[in-house]
Design a protein. Structure first.
Length: 359
């Protein structure tokens, strides 16, 4: 199979693609994905999209806190989870609802997290997914460290760290990639470049033609992939995983587009034009992949409608469970903070309970 890391050099802005925006194959590379797997990938993209819409609706009704949508980035979410085994580590940032769900974190837990319910942070112990990381870029050194430990322990597993273009402007990005290259960490650095760090465009953050080319300064391989092409992403990430297994870290830049606001507290109309969004909507990943599967006769309109209806019902059912979940007791934020308490903490706890008892 073609080694895409070596045939697509991001330093000359070469972008690895398999499907064009109309779902037509433009690169006949063998992706090695079965028809059953292709259908499952599509179903996950639909499920993630349905969950995303439901969570935003709940937030608008006051049932959720601030939420970062993954609309337009479904291919990235599914591709990353598809290549990871159950024992591989996922180190996510905050825009990974779909990725974490597909890796094994229950959607109910993710909904509870964004509701502010601490029970949403209690992950199944066998999923190997770190908690959601809100501070931009601070989780990259953690991912490097896990990948380093996997090499030292001679484990088969690898680590994938997902982050945004904004994180590449943080010092933690430099530290993590530099250490990973020097220490030969088994880590894939997966940058979902959605075009904006909140309102700051990528070209306002860096003079590099690509994010991926930064890898070469650290002595590792990098590749830029069409982030709306789920097939290209899976091929590139599979190759990155093989390199990680050989103690070679990589930087994969997925060039995508954030179709939504940065979060539900943002108003993207203040810094981008509607016409720009309409143009980017023509390249979104779900319809592109859908057209490809129709051409293979894996999908037809009846199947599409059924898959979307099933996803909607599933998400509705899970959201009802999340909404019915009992809120944690106020004292839990103190009781589970430290192994042993101390007088000042007990005073804070007493003051809080007193304040709420007077309401």
């Amino acid at each position: 199979m073609e080694k895409v890391f070596y045939t697509h050099d991001p330093r000359i802005n070469s972008v690895f693609k398999v499907l064009d925006k109309n779902g037509i194959i433009i690169n006949n590379i063998n992706h090695g994905i079965t028809n059953t797997e292709l259908l499952e990938i599509y179903k996950w993209m639909i499920r993630i999209n349905a969950a995303d819409k439901k969570i935003i609706n709940l937030q608008r009704q006051g049932f959720m806190g601030t939420y970062p949508s993954v609309q337009g980035q479904e291919a990235c979410q599914v591709a990353a989870s598809f290549v990871l085994s159950k024992k591989d580590f996922l180190v996510p940032t905050f825009r990974e609802t779909g990725m974490m769900w597909a890796k094994g974190i229950p959607l109910k837990s993710l909904m509870l997290y964004w509701m502010g319910n601490e029970n949403g942070s209690k992950h199944p112990l066998d999923t190997e997914v770190l908690p959601i990381c809100i501070p931009v870029g601070s989780h990259l050194p953690h991912a490097q460290g896990i990948g380093w430990s996997q090499r030292l322990k001679k484990q088969e597993e690898i680590t994938l760290c997902s982050f945004s273009d904004g994180a590449t402007s943080e010092g933690d990005f430099h530290a993590a990639l530099n250490f990973a290259a020097v220490l030969r960490s088994r880590t894939i650095f997966f940058c979902q470049n959605n075009g904006f760090a909140i309102s700051t465009k990528t070209e306002q953050q860096t003079k590099s033609k690509t994010i991926a080319e930064k890898a070469f300064a650290y002595g590792m391989q990098g590749i830029k992939v069409d982030g709306n092409d789920v097939l290209a992403l899976i091929i590139a990430l599979k190759e990155a995983k093989e390199m990680a297994k050989n103690n070679t870290p990589t930087l994969v830049e997925a060039s995508t587009y954030r179709l939504s606001d940065h979060t539900t507290t943002d108003n993207a109309k203040l810094y981008r034009e509607d016409d720009e969004v309409k143009e980017k909507l023509k390249e979104e990943p779900i319809s592109r992949f859908e057209k490809y599967l129709i051409s293979l006769k894996i999908l037809d309109q009846e199947k599409i409608n059924q898959i979307k209806e099933d996803a909607k019902k599933e998400v509705e059912s899970i959201s009802k469970e999340a909404l019915a979940e009992k809120d944690p007791e106020l004292t839990e934020m103190f009781d589970y903070l430290l192994e042993k308490t101390y007088p000042e903490l007990e005073l804070q706890k007493k003051a809080l309970l007193q304040e709420y008892s007077n309401q």
